[in-house]
Ligand binder design. Structure first.
Ligand code: ARG
Ligand code: ZN
Length: 875
């Protein structure tokens, strides 16, 4: 079934109040739902009430306390239709269902994770608990009673505030929770189990005192401190930057070990994948700390952008996700280094969203149709969605943007809103027409800007030709012209921006050039010297650029641009171009040659004390094989990409061995570990240098020394990756793998790193290694984190290992995706997206990939989730 945006229609009935009574047990949980149903004004009393279900067993059905006769309703596992409905426009519907949480392997609805009852309802999991109008525009006030065995589940949590609790006979007990804020069913949550707890409290600016609780596995309480601190900082930041305060008496956050996604913003009861809560220097890397901070903030920020203002339908998913990602990006930028954060964001966008936008799974930020909504929790909706919000701020300026956000909260609090509502507030506060800009929500594909410049010294004129094009994407062959805010600078010989006298041919405001037409000829006057054009500063628009830059211009920008992002970009482009040149020479059996200037520049950036350590680390990190492949774009031979990239790494290491060694030694830290951005930056730079140094004689021994000297997970994991990726099969790699396993074998989250490092080792041998690791005691095919770290990383981040020319990687893919799908269709569908760029491979691999996709497609009884991905990928 295909759902279409234009088919939206409000429901005939509403459910203003929902009372739920859970009697928990592993195999037979009883759920009694008492729904106050009201007919929408103007709807005929004969209109049937059709409730959503998913695999439900109906045990009892009553209207206003009386059993409903068998001929006036129809119940299937997937829906409940009531035909004879009381004429009164309000009545109470009682529905009893029975669930088996222990056998719920899909991890949607009510399930058990490590002995803990928990729920995941977004997007359509609530219908696996009871029959309901399971759609985001039906808002209800929930009161939830939970009854369970006191010993098995001393902790009973739901949304809102606690209102009652007590003991019952036979060792049972209960708790009642009430959430005064009307909410859609996808925000419902319940947790019951035996968990450790860390408590704190927070007072909002207006004086509300909020009890904070983080619940985690017993014995891990000492790993919750960082998440708690991140939560408190998020609460303060949202008050200061967006004027948003928390609105309940309690805020609870629970970490569970089996979770399909990162985390979930259920009102007052956020549920997290434990990977994004638990943090200690011994077990978490600096990247883990940063992710925890960002995701804790993200879920907290949803309280306003998502919960207080929710979505009318799932087509509007980006309304809450794009906006909330933008908010968490800004938070992290304020907590850490803004420039470094921006570079990391853009790298992520390019690595995940660009290939999506440029392949068969491309869709607009606000899609117009879907078959399975779970498959639209994508980089496009989240990350590109965030970029679109960022562009609104760029166009309006920070002040008007904040005004617009204030109006959004004021106007739509309590609403299930749309993207149109969101855009309108910004039009209203600014008086601007954003209709062309709105295409960013409606049109898929990464726009390209082609730019060339010429300078005429005799007239002191700079002419810049800009041409935009948006490539066709599935079911959108013709594209309309977009409004692209392009931040730029004209950089003079001293690195300072040149002022110009006048500009014509495009609107320019505050250093931003507004591209709106197919082509612009932009003339700057009063430009005496030939400037170097710095374009898309700060990555002001999520576009690709084709610029005729002379190499010396890129060298110049890499050293002198005042915009740090553009400086990083220029150097990154030089590195990418060098790898692509080496790739072509590898394919043509020609000798590889790298420019001395590039090798030297790497050394200079490494030592440049004016640059943050983290910036230098990012600059020196070579573009990933997948980044290079994306730029090559077609007929890709992954082995040649690997060879080209490795050759460049080796030449940079050889050319800078002295400088890198000295810096590596200087960066050693002896003081106690702190996870702050500055310390993390030092570690990042030192570990990047280790990667280069490991390529030189004695490199494996050096990496093993680093591994053994490590006093934190960042350094230990980095050294292990260097050993396994650069010196796979060596004695040192084996020793480090064994030591890591001996030390962390009992901690599944840490073993995920061990799995992932091995799964991403380049070369054809990794496939057998992955097969072997699937039999390891720490692996479990039912746990999404294990599957993602071993199989997901192999399929999506191992170009040479997965895309083997003999197709055995694809055969493994078919077998494994189908195996995962039996339990968890959502995780299987996500895994399957690893094939989304199959058409850019060289022909032999392309054909093998196609056969693999067809083999999955031909299976009987495929889940909607997996079928949707496979069919779109093949289309
Ligand atoms: N709303 C959650 C977040 O972004 C994601 C939950 C998605 N879950 C799912 N099963 N599709 O924070
Ligand atoms: Zn979110």
């Amino acid at each position: 079934q295909t759902f279409r945006l234009e088919d939206y229609r409000p429901s005939d009935y509403l459910i203003p109040e929902t009372k739920l009574d859970f009697t928990l047990s592993e195999h037979a949980t009883r759920v009694v739902a008492e729904l106050t149903v009201s007919r929408r004004e103007g709807v005929s009393p004969t209109a049937p009430l059709v409730l959503d279900g998913d695999g439900l067993v109906l045990k009892r059905l009553e209207i206003d306390g009386k059993p409903v006769s068998a001929d006036s309703y129809h119940a299937t596992p997937d829906s409940l239709t009531l035909r004879a409905i009381p004429a009164a426009d309000r009545f109470v519907l009682t529905i009893e269902t029975e669930l088996a949480p222990a056998s719920n392997a899909a991890l949607m609805g009510l399930y058990r994770s490590n002995g803990v009852y928990c729920t995941q309802c977004e997007a359509e999991g609530f219908r696996r608990i009871t029959y309901f109008l399971d759609r985001p525009d039906v808002l209800s006030v929930y009161t939830v009673r939970i009854e369970a065995d006191q010993a098995e589940a001393p902790l009973l949590l739901s949304n809102g505030n606690p209102v009652d609790s007590g003991s019952l006979e036979k060792g049972r007990h209960f708790a009642v929770w009430h959430d005064p804020f009307p909410k859609p069913s996808y925000l419902f949550a319940l947790v019951a189990g035996d968990l450790g707890c860390v408590k704190d409290s927070y007072t909002t600016t207006s004086g509300r005192s909020v009890e904070l609780g983080i619940y985690i596995e017993h014995g891990k309480e000492n790993q919750a401190g960082y998440a708690m601190d991140a939560l408190r900082r998020s609460m303060r930041w949202d008050e200061e930057v967006f004027g948003r305060e928390y609105d309940l008496d309690v805020f609870n956050l629970v970490a569970v070990s089996d979770f399909n996604m990162g985390a979930m913003e259920n009102k007052g009861l956020n549920i997290f994948n434990d990977k994004y809560v638990l943090a200690a220097e011994e077990t978490a890397t600096d990247a883990d700390f940063a992710n925890i901070e960002a995701i804790v903030a993200h879920e907290y920020f949803h309280n306003w952008t998502g919960n207080r203002i929710t979505c009318r339908d799932w087509f509007q998913l980006c309304l809450k996700e794009g906006l909330t990602v933008f908010r968490d990006h800004e938070f992290s930028a304020d907590q850490r280094s803004r420039a470094v954060k921006r570079i990391a964001e853009v790298r992520t966008l390019r690595a995940h969203q660009f290939p999506e936008d440029q392949g068969p799974l491309a869709h607009p930020v606000r899609p117009r149709r879907y078959r399975e909504i779970n498959n639209f929790y994508t980089a496009t909706v989240y990350e590109k969605g965030s970029e679109v919000v960022r562009m609104i701020r760029t166009i309006l300026g920070a002040e008007l943007f904040r005004k617009g956000m204030d109006l959004y909260f004021e106007r739509h609090d309590g609403d299930a809103a749309t993207i149109e509502d969101f855009l309108t507030v910004f039009e209203d506060v600014s008086g601007r027409d954003l209709s062309q800009f709105a295409l960013w929500y409606h049109q898929a594909g990464t726009p390209n800007l082609s730019v060339s410049a010429s300078h005429n010294p005799s007239t002191a004129e700079l002419t810049v030709e800009i041409e935009q094009s948006v490539p066709p994407t599935p079911s959108e062959s013709r594209k309309r012209l977009m409004h692209i805010p392009l931040a730029f600078g004209l950089v003079g010989h001293d690195g300072k921006d040149i002022a110009y006298a006048s500009v014509e041919g495009a609107t320019v405001e505050n250093g931003v050039l507004h591209v709106r037409k197919r082509s612009h000829t932009v003339r700057f006057t009063g430009v005496e010297e030939r400037p170097v054009l710095s374009l898309n500063r700060g990555f002001s628009a999520p576009v690709s650029l084709s610029v005729e830059h002379k190499p010396e211009d890129l060298f110049f920008l890499a050293s002198h641009d005042s915009d740090e992002f553009s400086r990083w970009q220029a150097f990154n482009t030089l590195l990418t171009n060098a790898v692509i040149a080496a790739y072509r020479n590898t394919l043509g059996d020609k000798p590889l040659h790298f420019e001395e200037g590039l090798l030297e520049l790497a050394g200079r950036i490494a030592q440049d004390e004016r640059l943050e350590h983290a910036f230098r680390a990012l600059a020196l990190t070579l573009p990933a094989e997948s980044d290079v492949a994306r730029d090559i774009s077609h007929n890709i031979d992954p082995d040649a990409v690997h060879a080209g990239r490795d050759a460049l790494a080796l030449r940079i290491a050889e050319a800078n061995s002295g400088v890198f060694s000295k810096l590596y030694d200087d960066l050693r830290m002896s003081d106690a570990f702190t996870p702050d951005a500055a310390s993390a930056g030092r570690r990042a730079l030192r570990n990047t240098l280790l990667d280069f140094l490991s390529l030189l004689p004695g490199g494996a021994v050096k990496a093993l020394d680093h591994f053994q000297a490590a006093t934190n997970m960042t350094d230990r994991a980095a050294a292990l990756a260097v050993l396994v990726h650069r010196h796979g099969g060596s004695e040192q790699a084996r020793e480090a793998l064994a030591a890591f396993e001996a030390r962390h074998g009992a901690d599944p989250l840490v073993m995920d790193k061990w799995f992932m490092i091995q799964a991403t080792a380049p070369g054809t041998g990794t496939l057998d290694a992955v097969r072997g690791l699937m039999k390891h005691a720490a692996f479990s095919i039912g746990n999404p984190n294990r599957v993602r770290s071993l199989i997901g990383s192999f399929a999506s981040a191992n170009q040479t290992g997965f895309h083997r020319a003999d197709g055995t990687g694809y055969a493994f893919f078919v077998e494994t995706v189908l195996e995962v799908e039996k339990r968890n269709p959502q995780v299987a569908a996500r895994l399957a997206t690893a094939m989304r760029s199959w058409r850019s491979l060289e022909l032999t691999r392309q054909e093998l990939a196609r056969q693999a996709l067809l083999a999955i497609q031909s299976q009987d009884g495929l889940s909607a989730d997996l079928r949707d991905i496979i069919e779109r990928t093949l289309a």
